[in-house]
Design a protein around this ligand. Structure first.
Ligand code: C5P
Length: 407
C-alpha cells in the first residue's frame, strides 16, 4: 500500500477508535464505513440502500463498540509497525459477522440486460461448451430485484417473481447465485427476493445471468462487503450461475472469452450520449443449446476478434464491422428471425447497424429509424409477431463500487 494511503488509513482508524470509545454508539458503523471505503471495498449508495434498521449489523456493530475499537486499534498498530496487513483476511473477518446483519435490511437494485456488439465463436471444447470472443455491453433496459435479509434461522431463500412460469426454486439462477455467495463467503444468512421481470426469456439479453449477478452483488453489499469488486468477479466465475453472469460484475463494457466467463474490462466506448438502441424481441425465443447445436463450425466468419475489438474501441459504433456467428444457426432454428433481420436492416428504416444479440431472438438496431420511432414500431408489428420493442441506450456502472442504476 502506498505510504500516503497507509498514513491516511492509520489516521482514520485512530479517529474511528477514539470516536467509538468516546461516543459508544453508531460511530462504529461510521468507522467501518470509512475502513471499507479506504480499502476500496464496495459502497452502499443512498439510492440503493432502501432500509437499514437502526443498529443494523454492517461490520461489527452488533458485537459492540469495544470490539470495533479493539479491531481498529490492532489494525492501527500493524500499520504503525509497518507490518503488511493481509487485507483479504481482514475483509473475511468483517464478513464473518455479516451473519449478524439485522433481519429486514434491504436493497432495491436494477438488473440490466446486455447486448453483444460482436460475437465470434472460436472452437468447440471437450466439455461441450464453445470458446467465444465477444464484446458485451449493458443497456438501460432491465429488471428490478429487491433483496431482504431474512431472520436468523431462516433455512432457505424465498423468491417471488411477477411473471408466472419463472421457476422460483433452486433451478433459478438467483438462488444458485445466493448459494454460491454463501459457499464463498461463509455467511449463512438467507434472503427474500422480489423479482420484477421486464427482460424476456430466451432473448439473448442475459436476463437470468443479470439477475444472478445482481443478487450476488446485493448479498455481498448487505453482508458488509466480504468481497471486493475484483474478488466478487473471481467468486462469480462458476458455471453454476451461467456463462454470462460474470460479465455483469464488470463495469458494463467487457471483452469476454472462454465460455464467456473470462472477462476483460473495456473502457467506455466513444459513442454519442443520445445513441438510440432499439431492442426488437419477436414473440418466440431461441433456445441457446438449440442454437449452438445448429451451428456449422466450418461456416463461421474468419475476422480476428481482436481486430473487431480495436475497431469498436477506435470508432465506437460508426463502422461496418458487425458480426455475430450465432445469427446463421439461429436463423436456421427459426427462419422467421432471418426475415425480421432483413426487414430491420432495410435501407428504408435507415439504422446505422442491425445485429442479433447473443443466441437470439432479440435483434437490436443502432441509431434512429427514418420516419420516427412510432412509425417504425407500427410497421414492424404489422409485419411480424412481436413481443416488444424497447428504445434504450448503452449504459455502464458509475464506478466499480456502485451497481448499475437506470438512466
Ligand atoms: O452457460 P449457459 O447456461 O448460458 O449455456 C447454455 C448452453 O449453451 C450450454 O449448455 C451449451 O450447450 C451452450 N453454450 C455453449 N458455449 C458457450 C455458452 C453456452 O456451447 N460458450
Amino acid at each position: 500500500m502506498a505510504l500516503r494511503r497507509r498514513v491516511l488509513l492509520q489516521r482514520l482508524l485512530i479517529g474511528a477508535a477514539v470516536l467509538t470509545a468516546a461516543m459508544n454508539l453508531n460511530a462504529t458503523q461510521a468507522a467501518f464505513a470509512t475502513l471499507r471505503s479506504t480499502l476500496g471495498m464496495t459502497q452502499f449508495s443512498s439510492v440503493q440502500l432502501q432500509h437499514v434498521p437502526q443498529r443494523a449489523g454492517h461490520g461489527l456493530v452488533q458485537r459492540g463498540p469495544c470490539a470495533c475499537g479493539l479491531a481498529a486499534g490492532i489494525v492501527c498498530c500493524a500499520l504503525t509497525r509497518g507490518c503488511r496487513v493481509p487485507w483479504p483476511a481482514v475483509r473475511t473477518r468483517l464478513c464473518a459477522v455479516g451473519d449478524s446483519v439485522a433481519a429486514g435490511t434491504a436493497m432495491k437494485l436494477f438488473s440490466p440486460a446486455k447486448i453483444n456488439l460482436f460475437l465470434r465463436i472460436i472452437r468447440r471444447r471437450e466439455d461441450g461448451y464453445h470458446d467465444l470472443a465477444s464484446l458485451f455491453h449493458t443497456v438501460a433496459f432491465g429488471d428490478e430485484l429487491q433483496l431482504e435479509v431474512l431472520p436468523e434461522g431462516a433455512e432457505k431463500d424465498e423468491l417471488k417473481c411477477n411473471l408466472p412460469g419463472v421457476p422460483v426454486d433452486e433451478s433459478n439462477l438467483v438462488i444458485r447465485a445466493l448459494n454460491l455467495f454463501r459457499e464463498k463467503s461463509g455467511v449463512k444468512r438467507h434472503f427474500g427476493i422480489k423479482l420484477e421481470k421486464s427482460i424476456p426469456a430466451q432473448a439473448g439479453m442475459g436476463g437470468g445471468s443479470s439477475n444472478a449477478a445482481t443478487a450476488f452483488f446485493g448479498a455481498n453489499a448487505l453482508c458488509g462487503n466480504p468481497a471486493s469488486p475484483q474478488e466478487l468477479l473471481e467468486w462469480g466465475d462458476d458455471p453454476v450461475i451461467g456463462s454470462d453472469a460474470t460479465f455483469f460484475l464488470s463495469e458494463g463494457t467487457a471483452y469476454c472469452t472462454g465460455r464467456g466467463e473470462i472477462v476483460t474490462p473495456v473502457d467506455a466506448l466513444k459513442i454519442r450520449p443520445d445513441l438510440g438502441i432499439y431492442l426488437v424481441k419477436p414473440a418466440y425465443g431461441i433456445s441457446t443449446p438449440a442454437c449452438f447445436k445448429a451451428m456449422d463450425l466450418k461456416s463461421l466468419s474468419s475476422v480476428d476478434p481482436e481486430d473487431l475489438l480495436k475497431t469498436f474501441q477506435d470508432k465506437g459504433t460508426s463502422h461496418d464491422s458487425w458480426v455475430n456467428d450465432l445469427e446463421r444457426p439461429a436463423f436456421q432454428v427459426n427462419p422467421n428471425l432471418g426475415e425480421l433481420k432483413t426487414f430491420l436492416a432495410s435501407k428504408e428504416l435507415g439504422f446505422e447497424a442491425v445485429l442479433m444479440s447473443g443466441s437470439g431472438s432479440t435483434i437490436y438496431c443502432v441509431g434512429d429509424p427514418q420516419g420516427g420511432a412510432a412509425n417504425f414500431e407500427a410497421a414492424t408489428k404489422e409485419r411480424f409477431d412481436i413481443e416488444g420493442i424497447w428504445k434504450t441506450q448503452l449504459m455502464r456502472r458509475p464506478s466499480p463500487s456502485e451497481w448499475y442504476s437506470q438512466v
